[in-house]
Ligand binder design. Structure first.
Ligand code: CA
Ligand code: CA
Length: 104
């Protein structure tokens, strides 16, 4: 894990260089950094943002804008253990529990 107190490693190369660019492009599809006019229906109307993309504040605290109270983007919810994932108390951890989580 990277130490947030250290200076960035100048030799670091991401596993998939430019992958983050696609997330920026999707989040800002209505006004993308590339300048592309996204119109998959070819109706002359540009698509809206495809969702939020942001980075956490550091790899230790992992705080996003909603965690920090600085925006309405991502909020990271942490569970204390895998057993807590059984949100509907049916002794199984499955998609029904994810459905429960989506209610938050
Ligand atoms: Ca369109
Ligand atoms: Ca369950």
């Amino acid at each position: 894990m990277a130490d947030p107190e250290k200076a960035p490693d100048p030799f670091y190369v991401p596993a998939h260089a430019g992958a983050d660019d696609y997330l920026h492009e999707a989040a800002e599809a209505n006004d993308p950094p590339s300048g592309t006019f996204y119109d998959p229906e070819n109706d002359g109307i540009q698509v809206e943002s495809l969702g939020v993309h942001e980075h956490w504040n550091n790899p230790v605290d992992k705080q996003y804008s909603r965690n920090l109270g600085s925006g309405s983007g991502i909020e990271l919810l942490k569970t204390s253990s895998i057993l807590d994932a059984d949100l509907n108390d049916d002794a199984k951890v499955n998609l029904k529990d994810f459905s429960e989580l989506a209610q938050y």
